[in-house]
Design a protein around this ligand. Sequence first.
Ligand code: FE2
Length: 480
Amino acid sequence: METIAPKATGSYTDGLRSLDSEVRVDSLALEGALPEWLQGSLLRTGPALWEVGGRTMNHWFDGFAMLHRFGIADGGVSYANRFLESTAYRAAAEKDEIAYSEFATDPCRSLFQRVFSVFDPKISDNANVNLVKLGERFIAMTETPLPVQFDAETLETAGVAYEVPGLLTTAHPHTERATGGMLNYAAKVGPRNSYRFFHLGPNADEPQVVARMPVKHPSYQHSFGLTERYFVLAEYPYVVNPISIPLSGRPYIENYRWKPELGTRFWLLPRDGGEPLGPFESDPCFGFHHVNAYEEGGEVVADICVFEDAQIVEDLYLERLRAGSPVHRPDVRRFRIDPGQGIGGGTDSAGSVTWERLVDDGFDLPRINYGRCNERPYRYTWGVGVGDSGWFDGIVKADVVERTTTSWAEDGCFPGEPVFVAAPNDPAAEDDGVLLSVVLDSAKGNSFLLVLDAADLTELARAAAPHHIPFGFHGQFAPA
Ligand SMILES: [Fe+2]
């Protein structure tokens, strides 16, 4: 493992440099004032180390996971960061080489080793995408079936939390309102492939599959929508023949193929395990993040951050990003599906989907007032937009009823996902609360925690971290 000394360049590419220092700071320099009610921790995971043994990983998504915690208590902010001690990370640290396959990086292997890896695939547990609190457990996740439990106070890694019923999963589970349990996606691959959705109770160790449907060539899934009655699966035409992965000699994601002729096919899988409804066919597109979904007037509405195609996956290769190559701008679309057209399932009953652009200013990494609005009609969402810098450089608030947006931006600053934390007011408006976002200040070469009023995006406070925090993906606020 190597040290890449952070150096301010005034460019967003600073956020794609590795960080290998682990620190604990009791009190960060704070500008502004935090609301008194805001007490707890913003916990985040994200890639932080892309260089191992003289090699650089290929893709932003490949880096070894680091956990970050901004602790907010009594008007002050503490900070700690620590590598997730995954098996993949430990193996790399011990051998000084990449030992497990990541999203777009494979270990160097001979043909013999590649054949052998079919029987011993060495699946990575590098959980660098998202984390959740399930019951009293904190679990970091990626898209492999090995979610990793950790201690939210010490950031110490505990080990694999549970076994996912499939080879591929998402790091974007939903919370089941009735139980506080978790609902997530899994793709089972083998002689027969299937899409599955599973439930894991707050204190349970064994996931239960609650819905499934067969598929020949699974589509890449990063998240899914949930309504009161359905799992919403957007089957983008970015598909894989799983059996080809181990022998292809290509890293995982490079086995996927863009086949626009397939279109995007929506499926509604009843949460009660009933027959899947669909396919509902729409134009080809590709997306990572569902914003929200709900049922209204007999229709299923699914709002998703999408791109015209899967080029965004290519955009995010590290070499391109570090060279300052701009990324495609996301679009936020509202899809409307009439489930009545698809009852009975199967390809003969294909219904159609209509879609429209939800707002003019696209964004990604969307958040909503989740506890109040998930599965329900809603009005506000917050995300990060791609501006003139070619990178995510502004926080966007969208009013999806009025179809308007407002934004926060500052020269040379590059914000991450804005996490909404609801204020404990009663009654409270849907946007009554704060946004927490980790922002890279490229002029100073370090990052800071930004606290905005979620209603009007005015700044309430910022707390400077002792170093740059490599761009990550997701995190959660855990109230004290
Ligand atoms: Fe994500």
